[in-house]
Design a protein around this ligand. Structure first.
Ligand code: PNS
Length: 165
């Protein structure tokens, strides 16, 4: 396992500026960063995985994220199976609040037991501390302007009504 290779996993439904902030900073810390769209069975999805993947790729390009960033999706089982496949030794997650700490801690402990993989938490830029995909989904569904919270490609996609909502 290589501790210079990291994975940023998430639902990214949709990607937000908070996600891009974490991805940008993680890409500066590691030699190779995998941004992984993972199906979360505990959440009802707004966008299909392929759409989230495409929006992430466009957003990472448009936001000029530097580094060796690979965008992929995973629906074949455990997150740590993907990490093991690509030889990653680290998972990176953004932590906005105590609520995130409580949500992420058990997953970090389970992932370490499953595959000896460490989880590193990054604190968000305060500008993005309150942005979440679930709030963006709600604002978009009710016809509000999400452009302050999401990268351009996501704002344009949601604005076109392409979701069929
Ligand atoms: O953005 P999210 O929804 O908070 O991301 C959660 C996610 C997808 C990273 C988490 O649900 C996950 O790791 N799912 C993969 C299944 C898995 O490996 N579960 C066991 C370890 S927690």
């Amino acid at each position: 396992m290589n501790n210079r290779i990291a994975v940023v996993p998430g639902s990214f439904d949709p990607p937000t500026l908070g996600h891009i902030d974490v991805i940008r900073r993680a890409a500066a810390l590691y030699d190779e960063l995998h941004v992984l769209v993972v199906h979360n069975p505990g959440k009802e999805a707004m966008l299909p995985i392929a759409q989230r993947l495409s929006l992430l790729e466009q957003s990472i390009a448009e936001e000029n994220v530097d580094g060796n960033v690979i965008v992929a999706s995973w629906s074949m089982g455990l997150l740590v199976d993907y990490a093991t496949d690509v030889d990653a030794g680290v998972l990176v997650k953004g932590i906005r609040s105590q609520v995130d700490v409580a949500y992420e801690t058990p997953m970090a402990i389970v992932n370490r037991h499953l595959a000896q993989i460490e989880t590193v938490f990054l604190l968000p830029d305060p500008a993005h501390a309150l942005v979440s995909s679930s709030l963006v989904r709600q604002v978009a569904a009710l016809g509000g302007d999400v452009s302050p919270f999401v990268p351009g490609p996501v704002a344009r996609f949601l604005d076109t009504g392409a979701r069929g909502l």
